[in-house]
Design a protein around this ligand. Structure first.
Ligand code: SRM
Ligand code: SF4
Length: 570
């Protein structure tokens, strides 16, 4: 079935897309409705394509219901920041917007973008317009299209970063939706609906119904796997020879999202399907996206991600699809090695002599409060130093390309704001998704709980004499997997308030999925399991053996070879 085909069995969201006139729907009418702080239900699906989600404050929801008030609606706005790179000038504008329009925080995401939370309906349009004025935008930050493209954020490891970043931006630009609805609605662009037949909207890559589901791309420069490349629908692994980029291995069919109690949903790691030259990357991306457009499931959104298309049809089928669409077959994949995920903190020198300083940002929340002055620190650095900030794939931030002569200035500013502590190796690796109070899908806490939880894990590690050993721990408030918990050594996935499924056995380079260890357990159960496991690891772990490998060797979980095994408790 192609995406232009009408079919009664299509999922409801497909009908919304078909009838939306290229993503317009009744968004304008919804924005102008003064009676409510919300927008029409169909429009909540369409605004995602424009980079914004309707949410409500879940902390106050019950109280407001008792008072017969509608929920406290607001919007999350996600910007698109290809490869996570923005200028310090852009950062200052973003920082100001957090005060003017949002909840005085900036949230760095697991996909190198940033989000504002708490934007009320009347401020939605000015905020999106202000983001565009900074030369960033929110188009396709969400929705059934290609999302923000990720790219390894550590140029110090490779002289080819600039070229790889350029290729990432080219892929991102090529896959942007072409509808003029975005400009029309948010930037007061010229209306084209009066005479659509003479000047119709046109989506050369996506067609009228876009993709069956969200689509995600990451580009990685080995040996670091900071982007978790195999967790993506489509990945490009940079292959270098003598410090020159010779091309990319192409990976297809990864993804994290699952649903509790539905064994037909599972995370998957991508397959390496071939190799392409740098100049072929954009065409390859288009061919992959079009394959998903034409063959992805449009009747069941829980089966609509590209990972299921690849899993259902097989890699050979996919290779043939790509060859037919490209007019040539991908070359055989080249050898590569991915050694670690996570970021490298502190100062590191680049191949060109400049310096990068990566700062730990607890769960990506840029905020000033009793615990941290990170927001003021970044603002003062952006005011004093003209250069580049990079959002990392692990919710941290790199002050990039700093001249030797500016290092002391930046260190001084960080010291002035007391941003000079060194978190434990386990805390540095830890990630949590946003979850409560804004995420409507959260079943348990994540971002608000993880820092205290890690303190408890640190105590256990100290007690067993392995305080300095890194263990990658990721937590999400539900099984959608926004902090990529299924590729961590220890994953916690929210089941109900205060209760989590616990997964073990991922590899610290993102190359293996973990497996369900215990279901629906509370903090005290979790900590006593961790005490026993970490105690064992301290005694019986081999030199250099990672915790994720140890728990498999000891038989606590099995080494997962296909995502379907993730839910099987040993
Ligand atoms: Fe996510 C939905 C937050 C990365 C899988 N995700 C959501 C929503 C929008 C909830 C909703 O649909 O109402 C969350 C908004 C919470 C809030 O209040 O901000 C949300 N996802 C996030 C972010 C902000 C988490 C974070 O802590 O940083 C990340 C934003 C990334 C970005 O900049 O684009 C984020 N989400 C991810 C990732 C990780 C990744 O892409 O590398 C995944 C797993 C990978 C994948 O897609 O397979 C992910 N999010 C999901 C899913 C499950 C998709 C699926 O295949 O089933 C949903 C729910 C859905 O789509 O129906 C979801
Ligand atoms: Fe929300 Fe679930 Fe994603 Fe966490 S994993 S942000 S709870 S959708």
């Amino acid at each position: 079935m192609t995406n232009e085909t009408k079919n009664e069995r299509l999922d409801a969201v497909e009908h919304i897309k078909i009838n939306s006139n290229y993503l317009r729907g009744t968004i304008v009418e919804s924005l102008n409705d003064p009676i409510t702080g919300s927008i029409a239900e169909d429009d909540t699906q369409l605004t995602k394509f424009h980079g914004t989600y309707q949410q409500y404050d879940r902390d106050s929801a019950k109280q407001r219901q008792k008072q017969k008030l509608e929920p406290s609606y607001s919007f999350m706005i996600r910007a698109r920041v290809p490869g996570g790179i923005c200028s310090t000038e852009q950062w200052l504008a973003i920082d100001e917007m957090a005060d003017t329009y949002a909840n005085q925080t900036i949230r760095l995401t697991t996909r190198q973008a940033f989000q504002f939370h708490g934007v009320i309906k009347t401020k939605l349009k000015p905020t999106i317009a202000a983001i565009n004025q900074t030369l960033l935008d929110t188009l396709a930050a969400c929705g059934d299209v290609n999302r923000n493209i990720m790219c390894s954020a550590s140029p110090e490891v490779s002289a080819v970063h600039q070229q790889v970043f350029k290729d990432s931006v080219a892929i991102s630009e090529h896959l942007l939706p072409q509808t003029r609805a975005y400009h029309e609605i948010w930037l007061d662009g010229e209306k084209v609906t009066e005479s659509p037949s003479s000047n119709p909207d046109h989506e050369p890559v996506y067609g009228k119904t876009y993709l069956p589901r969200k689509f995600k791309i990451a580009v990685v420069i080995p040996p670091s796997n900071d982007v978790d490349v195999l967790a993506h629908d489509l990945g490009f692994i940079a292959i270098t020879e003598n410090d020159q980029l010779v091309g990319y291995n192409v990976t297809c069919g990864g993804g994290m999202g699952t649903t509790h109690g539905d064994p037909k949903t599972f995370p998957l790691l991508a397959h390496v399907v071939g190799f392409c030259l740098p100049e072929q990357a954009v065409a390859v991306a288009e061919a992959v996206v079009k394959t998903q457009r034409d063959h992805g499931c449009r009747t069941n959104r829980k089966h609509a991600r590209f990972k299921y298309t690849v899993d259902d049809h097989g890699v050979e089928w996919l290779q043939q699809q790509l060859a037919d669409r490209l007019g040539y077959a991908l070359q055989e994949a080249k050898p590569f090695e991915l050694t670690s995920h996570g970021d490298r903190f502190g100062w590191h020198q680049n191949h060109d002599g400049s310096w990068n300083h990566t700062l730990f940002i607890s769960n990506g929340r840029v905020i000033d409060n009793e615990q941290t002055q990170i927001r003021s620190a970044l603002k003062s650095i952006a005011q004093a130093y003209q250069g580049e900030f990079r959002i990392t794939p692990n919710q941290n931030l790199t002050i990039a390309q700093v001249a030797e002569s500016d290092k002391a200035l930046i260190d001084d500013l960080l010291n002035q704001h007391q941003i000079n502590g060194k978190p434990s190796a386990t805390r540095q690796l830890a990630m949590a998704c946003v979850a409560l109070p804004t995420c409507s899908l959260a079943m348990a806490e994540a971002e608000r709980y993880l820092p205290d939880f890690i303190t408890e894990v640190e105590k256990i590690q100290s007690k067993h004499g392995i305080a300095g050993k890194p263990i990658s721990i990721r937590m999400t408030g539900c099984p959608n997997g926004c902090a990529r918990p299924f590729v961590s050594e220890v994953g916690f996935v929210g089941k109900a308030p205060g209760r989590y499924n616990m997964y073990l056995g991922g590899q610290p380079n993102g190359n293996r999925l973990n497996q369900l260890f215990r279901e629906n357990i509370t903090e005290s159960d979790i900590l006593s399991h961790l005490d026993a496991l970490i105690g064992d690891y301290a005694k019986a772990g081999n030199t250099g053996e990672a915790f994720g490998d140890f728990v498999i060797r000891q038989g606590h979980v099995k080494a997962v070879t296909h995502g379907i095994e993730v839910h099987i408790q040993n």
